[in-house]
Design a protein around this ligand. Structure first.
Ligand code: AG3
Length: 282
């Protein structure tokens, strides 16, 4: 029997396919097209508007990098804000940090939260029951511009800047994040695969630099975000936070008692090294 084939539609004329062993859920939500299916090599795959967001097999790389790098660089984060993150894996990774006292997640699409909880149980892995956690169903831009609270780390676990995720790449959003950070705070964001989405990196860098004193990227290769390394935007007012030495990070990592599958202190410090073509473009 021939399996169905699912094709990702993200980049012009260059893409990836997945065989679909079983569609677990497929629905047009109020915001986007959501599909969760089973694939023989990657486990369960979740896509929004035709773009892969996460797979069971390789999600750990992305989620460990977007949480542990800012949290350990900060060193004393108590209040963490996740924008997006409806699959629950970012929350799971933040809950591993015992010194964090409050975790707020602002997701625009309640359907993504509900059905990822059901069909990607290993992503949230019980984290929704954590007493430190608070869920808001709201637009991220709206939230950061209205909220009276401040955070130590803000993580933008967004989609690409097409569809509902577009507003999470605007100056309006970045300004709201800047204003919602405590002193010493760090903002990080998914910023695309820089070889294929270079404009995205250049634009975010320019917009963020308007508010933050220190703006750069760090990177990791995530197989299902194909095309080379993914860059994560990094913004703070203190350049020293992204130049911490490996010994400092190792001490914090040991103290936190973390167990990771991709992240380690050498990966942390090394991830701030960027390809020359990107540096030249910024
Ligand atoms: N959201 C980021 C998906 C980015 C896909 N972009 C790409 N392949 N260039 C992931 C959400 C996981 N919590």
């Amino acid at each position: 029997t021939r399996k169905e084939t699912w094709l990702e539609t993200l980049h012009d004329g260059f893409g990836q396919y997945f065989s679909v062993d079983k569609v677990l859920y497929h629905h047009q939500t109020d915001h986007q097209d959501l599909i969760i299916f089973e694939n023989v090599s990657l486990g369960r795959v979740m896509a929004l508007d035709g773009v892969v967001q996460t797979t069971e097999r390789d999600e750990f790389i992305y989620h460990e990098m977007l949480t542990n790098v800012p949290l350990l660089a900060h060193g004393n984060a108590k209040r963490v804000l996740i924008i997006g993150g409806g699959d629950g894996a970012m929350l799971r990774e933040v809950t591993r940090h015992k010194n964090v006292e409050q975790i707020t997640m602002v997701e625009i699409d309640a359907t993504v939260v509900d059905f990822c909880r059901q069909y990607l149980p290993n992503h949230s892995a019980g984290a929704y029951d954590d007493p430190r956690f608070k869920l808001m169903i709201d637009d991220g831009v709206n939230f950061v511009n209205q909220c009276q609270e401040k955070f130590d780390v803000i993580i933008s676990d967004c989609t690409d800047p097409i569809g509902p995720g577009e507003s999470l790449f605007t100056s309006d959003f970045y300004q709201g994040c800047y204003n919602s950070l405590n002193e010493g705070g760090i903002f990080v964001a998914q910023n695309g695969v820089c070889f294929l989405q270079q404009d995205e990196a250049v634009n975010s860098h320019r917009k963020l630099s308007h508010y933050f004193k220190d703006v750069s990227f760090y990177q990791a290769a995530i197989p299902t975000y194909y095309g080379g390394i993914m860059t994560f935007a990094w913004a703070s007012n203190n350049p020293a936070l992204r130049q911490l030495d490996v010994g400092t990070i190792q001490a914090r990592f040991d103290a936190a008692g973390l167990n990771c599958r991709y992240y380690n202190p050498a990966i942390h410090t090394g991830s701030f090294a960027l390809p020359q073509y990107l540096l030249d473009a910024l």
